[in-house]
Design a protein around this ligand. Structure first.
Ligand SMILES: *Cc1c(COP(=O)(O)O)cnc(C)c1O
Length: 376
């Protein structure tokens, strides 16, 4: 079993994810170093902190001095409040008018990009006799939520007169920071121009932010006075050649639960997409796509056993995978690493993402609730 520094209960199936909170703290410090001292850091902890576990991650970040947290929905924010995490929390996603009271109850900051919502918030705040802070979302080229940049000036002028709504922040999101430098600079330029126009009108919005992890590493002119890293904090690189030194936070582990010798020409798993070439040992590991381990890693993904690199043999099943380990003397109970290090070998979420034709975000966010998280 894992050693003593680890907290959490893995239950009766030996498949778990280890979350190294010291590495999380290291990555947070690295991100802080990559931006000017005066710039505030809002860490994105949406999607259960990218699959790493919302509450332990948020508590560690709070201890590290994070300024702000952001989540996708009110429900995620409520979990933070229920865990007595009192940091400012921005809800990045849209909310429905019927859910406005929850913003007051849990002291949350909504993203606003319609007049309608700003007025509804003002009304509710007036009734409660409490001001509410908002961040205005500007679409400079993402095409998702956010008011089209050309309409923002009028909008902001209008809501700056609202008595109970305080514009604490204004922000935008970069669409092509990994693929298109020209367009990214165009987006940053539009946002800059908007800020200048607001300044001229004497409308002061204290916080301005645009940079995700890619913006932080690649576009210093996107930092403004706050940055919004997600992936980098979890030690993952959104692309190769990412300029900040990071340590992976999550490892995914399991144990050999069965092994047997099978003859040459033996078909393995559904559809027999793997046939043994000679007599060999096939081990079974208790993890599958029901845990969020992608099925399209069938016959592709590496697995570390005994400090050696093997490959998944045959299709990934819902609850199990098989590995041809040749003549390696596998034992039941032996550790197998699917993400992480063993001996000199290492498998990263980035590597699995490449093999799975996706991005590292999806690998870690996809790990299901059936995989217990242990904290180091
Ligand atoms: C998720 C998210 C981020 C963080 O992006 P990373 O690429 O993980 O750093 C930043 N801003 C918004 C609006 C997001 O939704």
């Amino acid at each position: 079993m894992p050693d003593k520094k680890i907290t959490g209960n893995i239950g009766y199936r030996p498949t778990w994810a280890e979350v190294n909170l010291s590495n999380l703290a290291y990555n947070f410090r690295q991100v802080k170093k990559a931006v000017c001292r005066s710039i505030r850091v809002m860490v994105c902890v949406k999607a259960d902190a990218y699959g790493h576990g919302l509450i332990p991650v948020a508590k560690k970040l709070a201890a590290c001095g994070v300024d702000y947290l952001s989540v996708a929905s009110i429900d995620e924010a409520v979990k933070l409040r229920q865990a007595r995490i009192e940091l400012p929390v921005l809800v990045l996603g849209m909310i429905l008018k019927k859910d406005i009271p929850a913003l007051f109850r849990y002291r949350l900051i909504p993203t606003v990009c319609t007049k309608d919502m700003a007025f509804a918030l003002n009304r509710e705040a007036g009734i409660k006799g409490r001001r509410i802070k908002i961040h205005v979302k500007v679409d400079t080229g993402m095409g998702r939520i956010g008011m089209l940049h050309k309409d923002v000036l009028e909008f902001v002028k209008g809501i700056s007169r609202l008595k109970f709504v305080g514009m604490e922040g204004i922000f935008t999101h970069l669409a092509c920071a990994d693929t298109d430098k020209g367009f990214t600079c165009y987006q940053i330029g539009l946002f800059n121009r908007l800020k200048e126009q607001l300044d001229k009108l004497g409308i002061n919005i204290p916080l301005a932010h645009a940079a995700n992890s890619l913006g932080i590493a690649g576009y210093p002119n996107s930092h403004f006075n706050m940055v919004r890293p997600g992936l980098a904090i979890y030690g993952l690189r959104p692309k190769e050649g990412f300029g900040i030194d990071l340590k992976p936070v999550l490892s995914l582990k399991t144990r050999v639960v069965y092994f047997k010798r099978v003859p040459a020409g033996y078909g393995i798993s559904y559809g027999h997409t793997y046939i043994t070439g000679k007599e060999t040992t096939i081990v079974t590991l208790p993890i599958g796509y029901g845990d969020g381990y992608p099925r399209n890693l069938s016959n592709k993904a590496p697995v570390l056993i005994g400090g050696r690199r093997f490959k998944i043999s045959g299709r990934v099943c819902m609850d199990q995978i098989m590995v041809d380990v040749g003549n390696y003397p596998a034992k039941t109970g032996e550790l197998a690493v699917l993400i992480g290090e063993q001996g000199k070998e290492k498998i990263t979420a980035e590597e699995l993402a490449g093999l799975s034709d996706t991005i590292p975000y999806e690998i870690v966010c996809g790990l299901g609730s059936r995989v217990p998280r242990l904290y180091i």
